[in-house]
Write a protein that binds this ligand. Structure first.
Ligand SMILES: [Zn+2]
Length: 220
């Protein structure tokens, strides 16, 4: 999975062929490796997957939902209510995490990171800081752009460029996925339950524009 070039990938496959039973290799070949373009690094250049290259996140979400639903015999209303509770529970946890991240005004990462403090997820700032540390330790390979294209945060090479220009990070160095305040996507209408008189007004408005036969069915 971590082969960064096709030739490394095929070398690894050769080595596995020499070391694993053929039944195992047959299983891998017919079940997983035919999808190699979806999860082996060599084919993921330019694919922004934020580190999710397995199905565990989806399986985790499924397991959470099943924990809330508990039994397989609930009626539709019970299931609907339970799913709604599961979602609002997760949303509350996410909001709490974002509020916590926004309050972390200083992680001790220095002036290069200053413009991103409280604006970018702490989880990814930690990963970016590891790249920053690497950038201060001597010579590096040529940048293939994989890290930034896959994960959406600055790689060691970006930090070298910043250091050379005596510059600092900006939030645009990070994919908006990692921003604690999401860019505006337009106003989302929050639906609230209409009052009884609003409902009556709606019925009246519909009734008024009906043909006489339609008025009767409208009242029904
Ligand atoms: Zn790089």
């Amino acid at each position: 999975m971590h082969s960064t070039t096709e030739s490394t990938y095929y070398e690894q496959i050769d080595s596995m062929n020499n070391n694993l039973p053929s039944s195992t290799m047959n299983y891998l070949a017919s079940t997983w490796l035919l999808h190699k373009e979806k999860f082996v690094s060599a084919w993921l250049d330019g694919v922004r997957h934020y580190g999710h290259i397995s199905s565990s996140r989806v399986e985790g979400a499924h397991a959470v939902l099943k924990r809330w639903i508990e039994v397989s015999t609930g009626n539709l209303l019970v299931v609907h209510t339970t799913i709604e509770q599961a979602c609002s529970d997760q949303l509350a946890a996410i909001r709490q995490q974002v509020a916590y991240d926004r309050s972390r005004a200083d992680l001790g990462y220095g002036s290069v990171f200053a413009p991103t403090m409280g604006k970018i997820s702490v989880h990814v700032l930690k990963s970016a800081h590891k790249e920053y540390e690497l950038s201060r330790n001597g010579t590096l390979d040529v940048c293939r752009g994989m890290l930034t294209s896959n994960f959406g945060y600055p790689c060691v090479h970006r930090f070298q460029v910043l250091a050379a220009g005596n510059a600092v990070l900006s939030i645009s160095d990070f994919d908006s996925h990692w921003w604690l305040q999401q860019p505006s996507r337009g106003v989302v209408a929050v639906s609230k339950s209409p009052t009884f008189s609003e409902l009556l007004c709606n019925i009246q408005a519909t009734y008024n524009v009906q043909h006489p036969t339609g008025k009767e069915s409208c009242l029904n």
